[in-house]
Write a protein that binds this ligand. Structure first.
Ligand code: ADP
Length: 781
């Protein structure tokens, strides 16, 4: 305890010197026993900003800052009044209200009796010290706070902290880092470089090591991801951040870093990725299956009118979202009229009454393709009111087509079944009839009582029956060959004019016995009528058609021939027979089909002829069709490729030039007359015969055949008569003899000139007279 300072007379001087020294350094105030200020030095005045006058007589409350408690001052007064010295730090307030701190020593002063007379307070300003002290304590507190916050943050974020002393080769892991590696805290200190790598996933070790070495060498910061396999074999995804501390020479001293556990994030990412992948896959599969099923969808927001189409719905409409903006009006607009009416009505009912639909309708696509669709609608309600419509939109055209095909196939199978039975029954009849004749009349042939005339007649019946059976067998064979695709084309050069003329000759007798005319009309001259085709098939087809024409015609005529149409020849067989009704027209070309049931009873037949014709024509690359009016007649047409043999003309000429046998041109419009002449010539001597159906043709043929030795010219012919034709031929070559043939008295005709004609022969032609005439000009032996 300090005793108060009591100056005596003798050391008063000394006291004055002390006082001076103290005044220079300290703030000094003297108060009386009551605490009233009796004296202050200049420093006091300066610091408190009060003048001496203002201070003298006041107590210390004038500079009280209010910072200290009552107890603080109580203790102070108690100390000094008990005669002891008080030391402490006081915060005061200056006149302008600013604060200042002072380190204070208050010493009681005593009189000779030892009573306290006054107090002397000596102060030193410590405001700056206080500020520094406060700042220090503030920053320490802040640091502590920050530390605490850091700890909270790292533990909340599950961030591990680690440190590696590169000098001591020691690794320190905090609690979280330990748990990330699945090791106990106490073991972490033992982690050497090697054992730390033991935790890293084998696939990541190399990368981590490379990064670590690079870091030590040149970098100061790093960030790396790797996987840790914990002791319990579980996997952790770690992100490691760190910095390297180096000494002034750049030698790495230690590394400090943070470990972030990204396992959850990675797992979530993985799950999300998987989900996304699954979603993508499912979406793709869905799209693919929708495309296969041609199944689209649609949705309509009733309020906004927004119409949504799925990708497939666009595709079904032959469009895409880039090309087309779907609206209800546009969508409905594509439906065919009847379907449009139905869908408009259904949509209206769906929107107003909330009733869905499931419809099969026909619509056009945006590219005008007609399709059949199934469209359904389900209604979604909001507040009991229809809000959204949606459903499927499926292109079922293929399905409908297949169903139709199946239906047709089924009907056809049933029909075939029926036809087969009918055919078998019919065949029995078709075979039995001629066979009966063959058997019956054969028996009569060997009967000795049969007369010679009868035998001849019966013989004809037998031959007839056998021929019928033969053609039936041929039909059946052809049919089965066609059915099994075993019929092949066998092309050769065929003169179709000749072929048709032969058929005319063949059918003429039967036509005549039945009182029918038969007429042939060939479109091309002979030298242009050579084509490449299958001779036997073509002949068979026309034969079949002519047989039918004869069979189904009772009076009138049968015309046949061909015309040229572009690259095809169109053959026709026209009759004035019973005709075919429109509904039976297509049917007659099917196998075993006849126009109707009565035909079989009246006309017999197997229903195979036309189907064979159709099959053969298709094999040689053509088509068959019929135009017919019931009761008036029919015209069967068929086309074949016109593969003309162009060198025909030259061929004709060359052949004749080389042959050395005479060539005779017969100009005759009546084919039968020409045929007659041809037959008698060729029976008598070897020659080549050319035919012209009129004068013009005769001139043409003459021009193109320099080897013609003789012309037999009919006078009355269409297009150009025999006089004019002979005149022109004579102008071309007056050496070639022209013999006129006529039914009239030619010599009285003014057009007749003996200079042009080498003679004439009257019709009906007498063979011998004819040969006599021509033998003058050509050799007939
Ligand atoms: P078939 O003559 O053996 O009955 P086809 O196949 O030749 O068999 O003819 C089928 C059917 O076509 C005939 O049954 C007949 O009803 C009809 N038809 C064929 N040609 C004629 C024709 N020229 N005039 C009228 N009907 C015909």
């Amino acid at each position: 305890m300090n005793k108060g300072f009591k100056p005596s007379e003798k050391n008063l001087d000394e006291f004055q010197r002390y006082k001076y020294a103290i005044d220079q350094h300290s703030i000094v105030a003297i108060t009386d026993k009551q605490g009233r200020i009796t004296e202050v030095n200049d420093k006091f005045c300066q610091l408190s900003q009060y003048s001496r006058e203002e201070l003298i007589g006041q107590d210390h409350r004038i500079i009280n800052s209010g910072h200290h408690t009552k107890e603080f001052f109580k203790d102070l007064y108690k100390t000094i009044h008990s005669g002891r010295v008080w030391k402490g730090e006081i915060k005061n307030r200056a006149k302008d209200g600013s604060f200042y701190w002072v380190a204070t020593t208050i010493t009681p002063l005593f009189n000779n009796e030892g009573d306290i007379t006054s107090f002397i307070a000596v102060r030193t300003e410590i405001t700056e010290n206080k500020r520094i002290e406060k700042a220090l304590s503030d920053s320490e507190r802040k640091l502590q706070n920050a530390n605490q916050q850091f700890k909270i943050a790292t533990s909340a974020a599950n961030i591990g902290i680690w440190e590696r002393d590169l000098i001591l080769n020691k690794t320190y892991l905090d609690k979280i880092s330990c748990s990330l590696h699945g090791i106990k805290n106490k073991d972490s200190m033992k982690l050497s470089d090697k054992s730390w790598y033991d935790f890293i996933h084998p696939e990541d070790i190399l990368r981590v090591r490379k990064n670590y070495e690079e870091l030590l060498r040149s970098k100061n910061q790093f960030e790396i991801n790797y996987r840790v396999i914990r002791k319990d074999q579980s996997l952790k995804y770690i992100k490691s951040y760190g910095i390297v501390e180096r000494d002034e020479k750049g030698v790495a001293l230690r590394m400090i870093g943070a470990l972030i556990d990204e396992t959850k994030q990675r797992q979530t990412e993985k799950i999300l990725l998987e989900r996304e992948e699954n979603y993508r896959r499912e979406n793709k599969l869905l799209e693919e299956s929708q495309a296969v099923a041609k199944l689209g969808g649609w949705e309509l927001d009733i309020e906004t009118g927004n119409l949504y189409w799925t990708t497939e719905t666009y595709r079904i409409h032959d469009t895409s979202p880039e090309e087309f903006n779907p609206t209800v009006d546009a969508g409905v607009g594509y439906f065919l009229p009847e379907s449009k009416r139905i869908i408009s009505e259904a949509l209206e009912v769906a929107m107003s009454e909330g009733k869905g639909y499931d419809l099969i309708l026909e619509t056009y696509t945006t590219k005008g393709r007609k399709i059949t669709v199934r469209t359904t609608c389900k209604v979604t309600f909001v507040d009991n009111k229809p809000a959204k419509l949606g459903g499927i939109f499926q292109d079922i055209s293929d399905q409908v087509l297949k169903e139709d095909e199946l239906k047709n196939a089924k009907e056809k199978a049933e029909e075939n079944d029926r036809l087969k039975s009918a055919f078998l029954a019919n065949m029995r009849h078709e075979i039995r009839t001629p066979l009966n004749a063959v058997i019956g009349f054969s028996k009569q042939l060997v009967n000795p009582e049969t007369t010679e005339t009868e035998r001849k007649e019966f013989g004809r019946y037998v031959i007839n029956g056998a021929n019928q059976l033969l053609s039936l067998i041929e039909d059946i064979t052809s049919f089965s060959l066609l059915e099994t695709n075993q019929v092949h084309v066998n092309e050769s050069e065929v003169n179709i004019n000749q072929l048709l003329r032969d058929l005319e000759v063949q059918f003429k007798p039967e036509a005549e016995t039945r009182g029918l005319n038969i007429n042939l009309a060939n479109a091309l001259p002979d030298y242009e009528s050579v084509i490449n085709t299958d001779n036997s098939k073509l002949s068979r087809i026309i034969t079949n058609l002519l047989s039918n024409a004869l069979k189904f015609t009772h009076k009138g005529e049968i015309k046949f021939g061909y015309t040229v149409k572009e690259t095809n020849l169109i053959f026709f067989v026209e009759d004035t027979g019973i005709g075919i009704s429109p509904e039976n027209k297509a049917k007659v070309f099917d196998s075993f089909q006849q126009a109707d049931g009565s035909i079989r009873r009246t006309y017999g037949g197997t229903g195979l002829g036309l189907s064979i014709c159709k099959g053969l024509i298709e094999v040689i690359g053509g088509k068959i069709w019929v135009e017919s009016t019931l009761g008036k007649g029919s015209t069967f047409y068929f086309s074949i490729p016109f593969k003309q043999v162009v060198q025909t003309k030259e061929l004709f000429a060359n052949e004749e030039l080389n042959s050395g046998i005479p060539t005779i041109l017969i100009a005759e419009d009546q084919f039968i007359n020409f045929h007659y002449l041809k037959v008698i010539f060729q029976k008598r001597f070897e020659c080549d015969i050319l035919h012209a159906a009129n004068g013009e043709e005769a001139v043409k043929l003459f021009k193109s055949n320099p080897k013609i030795d003789l012309v037999l010219m009919d006078i009355s012919m269409p297009i150009m008569d025999g006089f004019d034709a002979a005149n022109l031929i004579n102008q071309l070559n007056s050496e070639v003899p022209i013999i006129a043939q006529t039914g009239y008295d030619i010599e009285s005709n003014e057009k007749y000139s003996p200079d042009i004609f080498s003679g004439y022969i009257s019709k009906p032609i007498d063979q011998e007279k004819l040969f006599a005439k021509i033998s003058i000009h050509v050799s007939i032996d």
